[in-house]
Structures are given as C-alpha cells and as structure tokens.
Design a binder for this molecule. Structure first.
Ligand SMILES: Cc1cc2nc3c(=O)[nH]c(=O)nc-3n(C[C@H](O)[C@H](O)[C@H](O)COP(=O)(O)OP(=O)(O)OC[C@H]3O[C@@H](n4cnc5c(N)ncnc54)[C@H](O)[C@@H]3O)c2cc1C
Length: 447
C-alpha cells in the first residue's frame, strides 16, 4: 500500500484566492487546520494556505497516539482540554477516524526507568490525570502473549488513539463547514509587511491582505520566519514507521518499551516504530543551533543516527536558499509534500523487535512503510507566541513529535491568542523570547 497522502493525491480544496482575510494561517497540518476551525467558529474570516496537501506531512505520518501521559507540565492542561475537544468533535468527524480511549502504556525497561515514570505520575496527579503505576503482574494482565516480563509500567486509561490520515482531513472539512477557506497547492512565499507589521501574505497564487498571520508550517516554519528576521532554533529529525497487516490483538491501546512502540489500529493492524531511533541530517541551521541542543543531544545521542546532509530542497538542506524573491518560486514549492524515505535499518529493527516480543501472533507483514520529518525545539516544547519583532505574526510550531494529540487544543489556544482573547492557559513556557533572553532551557520530559 502506498502512503495515503502524497503529491499524487488529487487537490480537494481549491477555492479562488480571497483578496483579503482577517487571519491567514500558513500550513494545513493539524495545528493550522484546528486553528482555522476555531477562528472560523469565532466568526473570523480565515484563509488557510497549504503548499501541498492537507495533512500531507507530519499530521498524517504520525503514530496516532493521543496522550496526556509523559507530557511536559506546561502542555498538560492544554492536552487535557484537547482530549475533551477530540471527544466533542468525533461525532461530527465520524467514528471511522478510529478515536478510541484505549489507554497509553509505557513499559519500563529497568527499575530506574520505572522510577522516572513514577516521578512524572506524582506531579501529574495534581492535574487530575488518571495515570497509574502497574506492577509486573498487572502489566502481564493487560498485554497478552509477550515473551518478556517488564518490571512495571506507567498507564493512563483515558488516553486515546486515532487514525491520523483519516482524522485530519475530516477536521479540514469541519473547518470549511464553519466558514474557513482552505487552499491546497498554495505556498506562502513571503510575509508582506508595511510600517513594520504584517499587512498580508504573498502566495504563489497572489497576495492576500490581512493584519494577522499564524505560522503553523511544521518543519518549514523556521525557513519562512528567519527570512523575515524572526529566529528560533527549530530543527527536524526523520522518524520511520511501519503499518502491519491485521494481526491478533495483544493490547487495545498504544504502548512502548525501549525497543518497540506499537499502536493497535482501527483496521486490525499495528503501527510500529523502533523505541527511540531516528535520523538527523546536519545542515546550516543545525550548525547554528548546536549550543542550545547540547543537553538533548547528550541525552539522545545513542538513539540518533547522524547524516551529513539532507536530501535536496529539504528545509535545512545545504543548497536550500535562505533568501528568495516573492515573485519567483520559493523553497516551499520545491517540495510540496515532505516524504522522506524510511530507514531500512530501523524498519528491520522494529519488525524483529515486535516479532521477538510477541512470538505467538505470527510474522509481521508490512502493509506500508514511511517516514516523517518531526520538527523539534531544543527544550522539546513548542513555540506558541506572538513575534514581538513583527506585530501581527503568531507562531505555532515546533510540536516536537507530540502535536497530533494536542493539536485540537493548541488550535483553540492559538485562535484566541490571535484574536486578542484570553488563551485560557499559561503560555509562558512556550514563549519565543526564551531562546534570546538568557533563560536556561529546561528540556521537557520526552518520555
Ligand atoms: C513519525 C511521527 C510520529 C509521530 N507520532 C505522534 C503521536 O503518536 N502523537 C502525537 O501527538 N504526535 C505525534 N507526532 C507529531 C505530530 O505528528 C506533529 O507534532 C503534528 O502533526 C504537527 O502538526 P503541524 O500542523 O505543526 O505540522 P505538519 O503536520 O507538518 O503541517 C505543516 C504543514 O505546513 C505546510 N507548509 C509549510 N510551509 C508552508 C508555506 N510556506 N506555505 C504553505 N504551506 C506550508 C506543510 O506543507 C505542512 O503540510 C509524530 C510525528 C511523526 C513524523
């Protein structure tokens, strides 16, 4: 099976380009789509421009975990709200998006890891999350047919799962029903400014006048922002995934140990990934951001494969232009859908690990394999803020590999932030200035 969303997918959202809007959203991933949804619901005239296809990048390629468990405590209240939004909108989106509250489980590889989970749980208790510790026997009662015995686990029964490539396009339809204008195959080449503030955007189809822009461009956000003098140390890593053919159920939810991450899918297969393995392409932005990333590099060094250069036209490619003319094709048109080749090494590793862990359920037969570029920040939490240097620009990016579950909540928060309303949560953890005001960056749990 080919990956369900690619450049070959027919364009579905192609209305004429409006001349003006209250807000233009850049990027049709879950963050941009759910921001447009909430903006339109609040009566704003909103246009969303997507250079390729809605949910073509991270928002369809992710594992489909919707988890409160293991979250940074800055994110947790937004995530809890997000789960409420998921539940509220599922009847509209359709049951076949596969939303199920089947829980998320972290299987400890050692007593030390278990202690780390317990430390998180103790603090999470104060927020009212139902996370609990399971002993070895209770784990064995939940996960059937495993060849190994884990010393224990962290388990959150109210966490959920959904099918990303079905859910996010449905959310886009919901945003349109609320009055948002979504346009695919429409790259925003540049921000248009007047008197030092946002006056519009220049797209490949023409200009849209607006006072407010939300930048939700995933792995491409840094490239666009820095061309306008707004800097943040966002980088991307390649993550490889496999969807198996249908297999017997060993656990209804999503679970991971240090070697294998697996999630039951609605079609009876599993979405698999190798515990924490990923690839990192070294480019000019990576060099510039080396110092802020040192703490996470030290922590994740062994799970990172370093590659000397990204494929052509990637956001941090050596030859990718950092400046361009708005009346010419931009780097955003060079790759409509970022579709990295999966790592054969990681695919082989996850297949072997799943078969070894569950020897009784038959050989793993891959139905599809793919990869995605996860956009990340040095402290593993996003930027959700107004850009002080460019009034009218709101940044919502750097979801650090966990933006699918929290996407509906972030969309609500960003919509209110953009409209000058109370976002309802403390967003100081996500402020843009943390990279420049001398703050010590404290990496989030990335559990
Ligand atoms: C393999 C993998 C596994 C993951 N697993 C999980 C998980 O289980 N749970 C979870 O919560 N999260 C997970 N994530 C993370 C999650 O998928 C992302 O955090 C989330 O999808 C980010 O959404 P986004 O809208 O910010 O970015 P994206 O989905 O990447 O969307 C950004 C969009 O912006 C568009 N764009 C960029 N620049 C421009 C421009 N100039 N003009 C027009 N359009 C532009 C791009 O084409 C793209 O479609 C995973 C990610 C990956 C890759």
């Amino acid at each position: 099976m080919a990956f369900p969303i690619s450049e070959a997918t027919p364009v579905r959202f192609a209305p004429a380009l409006p001349k003006s809007a209250d807000v233009v959203v850049i990027g049709g991933g879950i963050i941009g789509v759910m921001t447009a949804w909430h903006l339109a619901e609040r009566g704003a005239r909103v246009v969303l421009c997507e250079k390729g296809r809605i949910a073509g990048e991270q928002s369809s390629r992710n594992w489909g975990w919707i988890r409160q468990q293991g979250r940074d405590f800055g994110e947790l209240p937004i995530m809890m709200e997000s789960l409420r939004i998921w539940r509220a909108i599922v009847p509209e989106l359709g049951e076949d998006i596969g939303f199920r509250r089947t829980g998320v489980m972290y299987l400890a590889g050692s007593e030390a890891e278990l202690a780390g989970f317990e430390a998180w749980r103790l603090e999470a208790q104060g927020y009212g999350v139902d996370s609990k510790m399971l002993g070895a026997g209770a784990v064995a009662g939940q996960i059937s047919g495993a060849s190994r015995r884990w010393p224990g686990a962290l388990f959150t029964p109210s966490d959920a799962r959904a099918e990303p490539w079905l859910a996010v396009p449905r959310m886009a339809e919901g945003a349109v029903r609320r009055g948002a204008v979504l346009i695919e195959s429409c790259a925003v080449r540049a921000l248009d400014t007047a008197a030092g503030r946002i006056a519009g955007v220049i797209t490949e189809q023409g200009r849209i006048a607006c006072d407010q822009v939300v930048l939700a461009g995933g792995a491409w956000s840094r490239l666009l922002a820095q061309a306008h003098g707004v800097h943040f140390p966002q980088l991307s890593v390649r993550a490889t995934v496999m969807a198996t053919e249908a297999m017997p159920e060993v656990f209804a939810g999503a679970a991971a140990d240090p070697e294998i991450a697996f999630r039951r899918r609605a079609d009876g297969g599993y979405t698999l990934a190798a515990g924490s393995g990923h690839d990192f392409y070294i480019g000019p932005d990576a060099f510039r951001s080396f110092i802020p990333y040192l703490p996470v590099l030290k922590r994740d060094f062994r799970s990172t494969q370093f590659q000397p250069m990204a494929p052509r036209h990637y956001p941090d490619g050596w030859m990718t232009p950092r400046k361009w003319q708005a009346d010419r094709p931009s780097p955003f048109e060079a790759i409509r859908v970022l579709n990295p080749a999966p790592s054969d090494k990681l695919l082989a590793r996850m297949q072997a690990a799943f078969e070894k862990t569950f020897p009784g359920i038959g050989p793993v037969i891959p139905r599809a394999t793919w990869a995605g570029m996860i956009d990340t920040m040095p402290d593993i939490v996003p930027v959700i803020d107004r850009a002080a240097a460019l009034p009218g620009l709101v940044i919502a990016t750097g979801m650090c590999g966990h933006g699918f579950g929290i996407g509906p909540g972030i969309g609500r928060v960003v919509a209110d932030l953009t409209l000058g309303r109370d976002p309802g949560h403390d967003l100081s953890r996500f402020r843009l200035s943390r990279f420049t005001d001398g703050s010590t960056l404290t990496p989030g749990p990335s559990l």
